[in-house]
Design a protein around this ligand. Structure first.
Ligand SMILES: Cc1ncc(COP(=O)(O)O)c(C=O)c1O
Length: 396
């Protein structure tokens, strides 16, 4: 069977040099990015301060427009942030937690950085967090999560796809239950946008954050926030700044929130990161999210069946409908095995309590998956991992 998506390999030069199976951490760089970064430098050099008025100031929204179709959002509805942690903090800061609506529902498998900000800010804001644990370290029981959402819930703030296991949460059911009891929902969609279909209108989610770093191949510094029309204009995030002001260049003493997605912004945007962020989402849109999902399902199934054949435990959902883009192999000495793979130019990552995470993307050739699995088997069989057993810092 021919794989039509392989045509996009030519867009990503690193694919000629290494086996790239780590798009869950850092998506491959599109070949158009150096030109974009040169445009940034050129604008700064040739236009100087005029570059702000000629597009830089509004880039958090114009770049957001490149991503919006991948969420089912419209133009002007997505604002760029430097990272997801700050975007989630803006959401948290926009609500009040006066009793009886004093509760934030999360899970035991949400991303630690987001948890750090919620745990600390919630305490300052007088909110309490109810964290729904996982029974198996892979998923969160939907019924148990729904039961935790009640009339005390102000917001449900959970990952759309869990970072350790790629478990897909039931966003529609969560939104239905939350809205039934008068609560809001914020989805951390870092591991869904770009690899599985996401539709903010269909789910009715109130807030959705993500980043271009991973599955959207847009590099670091390009995170985004969608806020639904129903709540966008009614809330005032405390984590704010002059980009959110109705008249930022009047330098007024009092804050007056502007309208639309810019109301959620804060200070000076990270312009070079926004230039870098443009190419990847464009290619992903062109490739088409349904085709990307179909291929991802096929390749993750291939990974799971290889793991079964080798007897390696898999920390990923077996139900394809619940499985995102990554399969984690919980092999013995996983950290060292991952280092041995990296030394062979097979790029994967390792996470404690998950294992070696292997993440094919739309540009992955089946042969690369086979090569990675065979290399892993050989590293385990020959003990080649021994020389890598000294723990080193793990990079995100
Ligand atoms: C699900 C999820 N949320 C949040 C983050 C952290 O995002 P940021 O570093 O942009 O704050 C990550 C990073 O890997 C993640 O996987």
């Amino acid at each position: 069977m021919t794989d039509a998506l392989l045509v996009y390999r030519a867009e990503f030069p690193i694919l000629d040099r290494v086996t790239y199976l780590v798009s869950n951490s850092l998506g491959a760089m599109p070949r158009g990015v150096p030109e974009r970064l040169a445009e940034y430098a050129d604008a700064w050099d040739r236009r100087g301060v005029r570059a702000w008025a000629e597009g830089w100031w509004t880039m958090p929204l114009t770049v957001g427009d490149e991503i919006a179709p991948l969420l089912g959002a419209g133009p002007g509805e997505v604002a760029m942030f430097p990272n997801v942690t700050l975007a989630q903090a803006a959401v948290l800061s926009a609500l009040d937690y006066a009793p009886p609506r004093d509760t934030i529902v999360m899970t035991g498998l949400d991303f630690p950085s987001v948890r750090y900000v919620y745990d600390h800010l919630a305490a300052r804001l007088g909110a309490r967090i109810v964290s729904v644990p996982s029974d198996d370290g892979i998923g969160i029981d939907t019924a148990r999560l729904l039961e935790a959402i009640d009339e005390r819930t102000r917001i449900v703030a959970v990952s759309h796809v869990l970072f350790r296991s790629a478990y897909i949460m039931d966003a529609d059911a969560i939104c239905r239950r939350a809205h039934d009891v008068g609560a809001l929902v914020s989805l951390d969609a870092f591991h869904s946008v770009g690899v599985i279909p996401v539709d903010v209108r269909a789910s009715g989610v109130d807030f959705l954050t993500g980043g271009v770093l991973k599955w959207l191949c847009g590099g670091p510094g390009g995170a985004f926030l969608y806020v639904s029309p129903g709540v966008r204009e009614t809330l005032e995030p405390a984590l704010t700044g002059w980009q959110a002001h109705a008249r930022p260049f009047a330098f007024e003493h009092e804050m007056e929130f502007g309208h639309g997605a810019s109301r959620w912004l804060n200070g000076t945007p990270v312009i070079p990161a926004l230039y870098a962020a443009i190419e990847g989402p464009r290619i992903v849109r062109k490739a088409g999210i349904d085709a990307i999902r179909a291929k991802s399902l096929r390749q993750t199934a291939r990974l799971v069946s290889f793991a079964d054949a080798h007897g390696w435990p898999v920390n990923a959902p077996r139900d394809p409908a619940r499985r995102g883009g990554t399969v984690a192999f919980d092999v013995p000495n996983g950290y060292a095995v991952a280092q041995a793979l990296l030394a062979r130019d097979i790029l994967v990552d390792y996470r404690p309590e998950a294992g070696i995470r292997v993440a094919p993307h739309f540009y992955t050739d089946d042969r690369e998956i086979d090569d990675a699995v065979n290399a892993m088997a050989s590293i385990l069989e020959t003990g080649a991992w021994h020389q890598f057993s000294a723990p080193r810092a793990v990079v995100t």
